[in-house]
Design a protein around this ligand. Sequence first.
Ligand SMILES: Cc1ncc(COP(=O)(O)O)c(C=O)c1O
Length: 463
Amino acid sequence: MSRSAHPAGPRHADVLPEGHYTAPPADLNTLDPKVWARTVDRDEQGVATIGGLRVTDLAEEFGTPAYFLDETDFRTRCRAWADAFGPDADVFYAGKAFLSRAIVRWLHEEGLNLDVCSGGELATALSAGMPAERIAFHGNNKSEAEIRRAVEAGVGRIVLDSFQEIVRVAHIAQSLGKRQRVQIRVTVGVEAHTHEFIATAHEDQKFGIALAGGQAAEAVRRALQLDGLELIGIHSHIGSQIFDMAGFEVSARRVVQLLAEVRDEHGVELPEIDLGGGLGIAYTSEDDPREPHEIAKALSEIVTRECESAGLRTPRISVEPGRAIVGPTAFTLYRVGTIKPLDGLRTYVSVDGGMSDNIRTALYDAEYSVSLVSRVSDAEPMLSRVVGKHCESGDIVVRDAFLPADLAPGDLIAVPATGAYCRSMASNYNHALRPPVVAVRDGEARVIVRRETEEDLLRLDVG
Ligand SMILES: Cc1ncc(COP(=O)(O)O)c(C=O)c1O
């Protein structure tokens, strides 16, 4: 293997260190619409824009690192999901992907429901005016205080995740003189991620109550006996970043089988099933996500077919996409600080953020793409690793990507598809100040979550 002597670092053509990358794209300046928010483009000078605003101006006004979220794209995706599923189904946006009060208002305006899984998410939803009956409350270990608050607020459903919780929710509802609508979350023995799914006899994980061994049927039995509960359906969530509908097919079949058993044993046809979230998005140009109308059609066909063969009325379906709605609508804008070419390996590009604003790469080896956005470049591609400024060698934002070889400190680079599970999982590691989320729409930008300040950090430090 020959080595590049170029000061900007190794080139793809003469070194091929190990990594998850394919050949560099034909044109590094192209911003692939598959991975970038819909209003992202480049202006005549080659500066990337979002909603008509130049990233160079945005960096000046809001600083870096920062998340820029395309409000138009977010609303369009909400409408696409709502339209695809229609009036006979319910779309719950999974707030864990990213939640703020502005997001709650947009969801409300676009007719979506909301799935929350903590007291904090519930408080955010209620404070921004989401009607409680349009909220589903999730979680594998909800506290009594959280349950009480949810029941008092009148949430549309609580998704029960354990035998203890069946009793806990029933008691709290009864003590408040209410009958709480609930679903039971079951584990169907399917685990799906991206293009693969595995169907197993039972699952070794913390969520839900297993169908295997009759546990889910027992949970239904208990829930039906308790006055404080109105059991409206069964819930299943099988994984994340899924492209292949086969896992949903197995999941739906097993859930419908449980509905048939419930009918046979109790004479009750539960009216709803929730097939969870987990639909994949494009993080790189190699990913090919499905459109909401394809997903809606596939899910409704599967459920209808399974119900027909079990002699059941088709239940109302709900889904809980988080990533598929917010993920593609944002990018993280970073400024390049240092550039270290490692001869024969790759070039390390350090930015002013890192694992504190995007933990996904360190946490589960997530793949991302990255582009130079403050200008275009004709320089040849340079195999790069984009890293942060934290005290961990695993502080990697983009493991393998090509950036132009003339990249220089001060350039702005951006990582697309960071709308989901980035700001919501952000941390203060090394006392980093969590970046702002700036919403952009029709040539206007406004902060919806402000940047943390040192005062914010010190306010909590009361020792
Ligand atoms: C129960 C449930 N619903 C929905 C989601 C959202 O998943 P995604 O953002 O991948 O669509 C999750 C994610 O973990 C989940 O656990």
